[in-house]
Write a protein that binds this ligand. Structure first.
Ligand code: SF4
Length: 444
């Protein structure tokens, strides 16, 4: 079981010498308990205490990297089952499968699609991760050629899927320097694949249809010197995947089976319900998800879901407060007040850009709360509006003194007028109605 901060504290020297980088032993204990510090940072611990604390405080799911460069995946280092307890921190890599039996042009086109696909959402660029190359030709040479066609791992992370040692040897000769994920060590080939993965310093997936089988394989591979491992539970159905993945995560988080403390690998390609499989992988703990080539709508849905699940539910995505020009406004353009909750901002921006109405968006800092929540919670106040008008130089930017506030902020209209000296116009509640409202009501 994970140790609590006070239990850890009892084992520390309690000298508060600060050499660990923290002001007190208790502060260090709290960081250890949260998995945010390494036990080695305290030089005064004896080896036995170090071993005890290390085992109890290291992340229950090991952080495993696949690939190099900006698209590389870091999977694992998670501490909880549910994201309301603590935000999930490492979104799964989504790897699009190609086969070494496919024509060269098809492989090139899919790799290009993976490289170029970008979904812009709430100020972020969401991208696919990499390519999974499957050896279906049974030819090591063709497998290596397909791996080279996929870029060899130099620009996109790769998963190398083959049941044959010779195929892996040929592929790793091409891509081994770029940390591809080698799939998969099984009961039959574990020694050979572990040796190969160790030689290239690559992460290795192990595959077995039971938690006990997976734990046995990871224990053997770790003993053989491969520490970056992933678990492929070889699910027979989506239901099976969800049950297996949940069981593995529970065992890892509860530290009841440390040999299951690795990220999960999920291959969705055997299942007809690709959308549901992708969603299941994202929702239920996968670190790497292999998918077939997907239609753009499915990609957009998957990337959006991944973004949502791996966003801290206690910290809304925010935009920087300020005065934002939209559609090249002049000095008589309307000033529209809203909050810095990203979804509000980007929804509003989308409607305003489409309307082509020149205006300014005055974004005030409500700590990422929506308009309704910010008004109800006292985060959107007349003082904040007055400060924002002053701090962002709105009076110097436009010639008028009219401020359009969201419909949900109507209860504040009088107070804002008193605090700012600006005349307040109460806009609609729905952003979709704003363009029509401005066309009808706005007269500077
Ligand atoms: S280095 Fe060790 S003894 Fe010193 S403050 Fe940190 S935890 Fe305490």
């Amino acid at each position: 079981m994970a140790m609590k901060a006070l239990d850890i504290y009892k084992l520390l020297p309690k000298t508060n010498c600060k050499r660990c980088g923290y002001p007190t032993c208790l502060a260090f204990a709290m960081k250890l308990a949260a998995g945010k510090a390494e036990v080695e940072a305290c030089p005064d611990l004896d080896p036995g205490t170090k071993a005890l604390l290390g085992g109890a405080t290291r992340p229950p799911v090991r952080l495993v990297g696949v690939g190099v460069g900006e698209r590389s995946v870091a999977a694992g280092e998670e501490f909880v089952l549910f994201r309301h307890e603590k935000a999930f921190s490492h979104p799964p890599g989504i790897m699009v499968q190609v086969s070494d039996t496919w024509p060269e042009e098809r492989v090139r086109s899919i790799v290009e699609t993976v490289r170029e696909t970008v979904v812009h959402r709430v100020g972020m660029d969401l991208v696919l991760t990499g390519v999974a190359v499957r050896n279906e030709s049974r030819s090591p040479g063709r497998f290596a050629e397909a791996v080279a066609l996929a870029g060899g791992g130099s620009t996109l992370p790769l998963v190398l899927i083959a049941g044959d040692l010779a195929a892996h040897e040929a592929a790793l000769a091409v891509a081994g320097h770029y940390r591809p994920l080698v799939h998969a060590a099984t009961e039959e080939n574990r020694e050979d694949l572990a040796r190969l993965a160790k030689r290239y310093g690559c992460p290795l997936a192990v595959r077995a249809a039971s938690p006990a089988g997976l734990a046995a394989l990871t224990a053997e591979c770790a003993a053989a010197g491969v520490v970056d491992l992933m678990l492929d539970p070889a699910p027979r159905s989506l239901q099976d995947y969800i049950a297996m993945a949940t069981g593995i995560r529970k065992a890892a988080i509860g530290r009841t089976e440390p040999a299951l403390g690795y990220p999960i690998y999920f291959d969705t390609t055997p299942f007809r319900e690709t959308d549901a499989a992708l969603a299941a992988g994202i929702l239920k703990y996968a670190g790497v998800i292999v998918v077939p080539p997907l239609p753009p709508a499915t990609v957009a849905a998957g990337l959006t879901l991944r973004q949502n699940i791996y966003t801290d539910p206690q910290k809304p995505i925010q935009v920087t407060p300020g005065l934002y020009p939209v559609n090249e406004p002049g000095r008589d353009a309307p000033v529209l007040l809203t909050v810095n909750f990203s979804l509000t901002y980007f929804t509003l921006l989308g409607y305003l850009e489409a309307s082509r109405i020149p205006c300014y968006l005055l974004i005030v800092d409500t700590e990422g709360l929506s308009v309704l929540t910010a008004v109800a919670g006292g985060k959107l106040t007349e003082t904040l509006v007055a400060d924002s008008l002053r701090n962002f130089g709105v009076g110097e930017t436009v010639d008028h003194r009219l401020l359009v506030i969201p419909g949900y902020a109507a209860p504040l209209s009088g107070k804002i007028e008193d605090a700012t000296g600006w005349k307040v116009m109460v806009g609609p509640r729905d952003a979709a109605e704003l363009a029509g409202y401005l066309e009808k009501e706005w007269r500077a």
